[in-house]
Write a protein that binds this ligand. Structure first.
Ligand SMILES: [Zn+2]
Length: 186
């Protein structure tokens, strides 16, 4: 990724016409990278839409703490102004390992949840964690970051390669822990 030398931009999500107080902070990341790209504030009614639509193809995590004075649709953009970040370029394809030959498999609480490249499995995990975060931010917030770091830092790939699987439990102290296991298809 290029260095983040451009100034942070404060603007609005295009097409959003809502002035309700921001109740949620949606943090969005480029898939495969740990750097925060965009923060969007959303009211209660728009939190889900903000996560799904306003962040485009970025990975989005919903946090329920906000900065005073922010209203729904306010955006803080840390990205380079151009080129467009939503479509991976040829360079990113190699970087993201999309040519991974052997598919990975994600099991959630013992059931197969997703199959594909490591990046596709990571995306499935991110989606799951985002859902859980929206329901129970206290129990899942730290785990969400740890899981993201495990994928981005190569831990998952190394564990699967060395031991045949990577295993973790999210929200282990809560009433509803979630067991994640990544393996490789035989
Ligand atoms: Zn709103």
């Amino acid at each position: 990724m290029s260095p983040r030398s451009k100034p942070v931009r404060f603007d609005r999500v295009p097409g959003v016409d809502c002035s309700a107080p921001g109740a949620y902070r949606v943090e969005a990341f480029t898939p495969g990278h740990a750097s925060l790209d965009v923060v969007i504030y959303a009211c209660r009614d728009h939190a889900d839409q903000a996560r799904r639509e306003w962040t485009g193809k970025l990975w989005a995590y919903v946090q329920d703490d906000v900065m005073p004075g922010k209203v729904c649709g306010d955006r803080t953009d840390f990205r380079e102004p151009e080129p467009q970040d939503v479509e991976p370029g040829p360079q990113d394809v190699g970087e993201l390992g999309l040519l991974e030959p052997m598919p990975y498999r994600l099991q959630v609480d013992g059931r197969v949840h997703a199959r594909g490249t490591l990046q596709e499995v990571q995306a499935a995990v991110a989606e799951l964690v985002t859902l859980k975060l929206a329901i129970n931010p206290v129990s899942f917030a730290a785990d969400a970051q740890a899981v993201n770091a495990a994928f981005n830092g190569g831990t998952v790939e190394q564990e699967v390669s060395a031991h045949g699987e990577w295993f973790t439990i999210l929200a282990v102290d809560s009433d509803h822990p979630v067991r994640l296991k990544v393996t490789r298809e035989a």
